[in-house]
Design a protein around this ligand. Structure first.
Ligand SMILES: Cc1ncc(COP(=O)(O)O)c(C=O)c1O
Length: 358
């Protein structure tokens, strides 16, 4: 079986974990501090605050910006459900807008009509590792005095106009779940270049504590462990190599498939890191079965637009039917693109897809 994703954990990660185990400091210690410094530096932000998951990164990122009950956050219709549920966890309402046909990301033209006097933030998602079209969103948020939050949970290292995503909005949010381009096991991080936001984030993630028993605000326990941070430091050192391999695998897949199926595109201002390599086909069910018989893992990310996810019904606002997201949710199929693939694996994937679609 060729898996759709595969975390690559080597002897370096294992040695880093053993070192922490022997140190006696297992959580929120020196490895977390070192990981935060290295990750902020990599992204090009002044601060990174490590937390326990990508969902927590979004939730605390929004809270640190003052998002809460009675406010709205604009999100794209085509994304993982946590983009919207993390908004709801703050007490705010997600407002769902459609996405673009080519990038699969938030359509900037759909954002302005969705803004009300409750709107506090706009949160594009850099879906599958392709940056959202940030230019018009940066301008709009500046004009309307809204916070711009990046859900970069799938896009570690991707670039928009040469800048790494997570350094463009007021806040960037990342997940280090095992299937991501880099992992810490579980974990997340918030990046920001605004010192007051960073300070609020540090308080929010640890009981509001500014020092021993000095509670500055209401806070939570959203800490990262030193075990996770130690894995993250090693993985961060490998990230550019992993992303290069993903880009190379994607170009081999595109060369082998573009004449038989709609392959992913890369906008001229974007550097895609291919968290997913996602094709579109009207015969998804047939291709899915065929790949299964050929022992090739594939995935549907995502089978429904957020506007049709039952747990969001009545809780999110949908100003306009997201027709592009609906179409994508019927047609997308992600193929293996991870750095663990061999050239023979890629050849098998190409042959299997061609065998069905030709
Ligand atoms: C776009 C997006 N947002 C948020 C999340 C949530 O991250 P986590 O699973 O680490 O909580 C994910 C994770 O899959 C994601 O893909």
């Amino acid at each position: 079986m060729i898996p759709i994703s595969k975390p690559l954990i080597g002897p370096e990660e294992k040695a880093a974990v053993e070192e922490v185990m022997g140190s006696g400091i297992l959580a929120q210690g020196p490895k977390v501090a070192a990981f935060e410094e290295a990750f902020a530096d990599y992204i090009g932000a002044t601060h990174a605050v490590a937390v326990s998951s990508g969902t927590e990164a979004i939730r605390l990122g929004l809270l640190a910006l003052g998002v809460g009950p009675n406010s709205e956050v604009v999100v794209p219709a085509f994304t993982f459900v946590a983009t919207a549920t993390a908004v709801m966890m703050t007490g705010a309402t997600p407002v769902i807008v459609d996405v673009e046909e080519d990038t699969f990301c938030m359509d900037p033209a759909k954002v302005e009509p969705a803004i009300t006097n409750k709107t506090k933030a706009v949160m594009p998602v850099h879906l599958y590792g392709h940056p959202a079209d940030m230019g018009p969103l940066v301008d709009l948020c500046e004009e309307r005095d809204l916070a711009l939050v990046e859900d970069a949970c799938q896009a570690h290292g991707a670039r928009w106009k040469g800048r790494r995503v997570g350094s463009v909005g007021e806040v960037g949010t990342f997940s280090f779940y095992p299937t991501k381009n880099m992992t810490t096991g579980e974990g997340g991080a918030v990046t920001t270049s605004e010192p007051q936001v960073a300070e609020r984030l540090r308080l929010l993630r640890q009981h509001g504590l500014a020092g021993p028993y000095q509670y500055k605000m209401f806070g939570y326990n959203s800490r990262m462990t030193d075990i996770e941070a130690a894995i993250g430091l090693v993985q961060l050192g490998k990230l550019d190599g992993y992303n290069m391999a993903r880009r190379m695998n994607a170009s081999i897949l595109t060369e082998g498939l573009e004449d038989v199926v709609a392959t992913p595109t890369e906008a001229p201002w974007a550097e895609h890191v291919y968290h997913q390599y996602t094709i579109r086909t009207a015969d998804r069910g047939g291709l899915w079965d065929h790949l299964g018989h050929n022992e090739i893992g594939c995935g549907v990310y995502y089978p429904h637009p957020l506007s049709e996810v039952p747990i969001l019904e009545g809780k999110a606002r949908v100003p306009e039917e997201p027709v592009v997201a609906k179409r994508l949710s019927d047609e997308v199929l992600s193929l293996p693109v991870h750095p663990g693939l061999t050239s023979q694996d890629l050849e098998l994937v190409i042959m299997a897809v061609r065998g069905h679609l030709r």
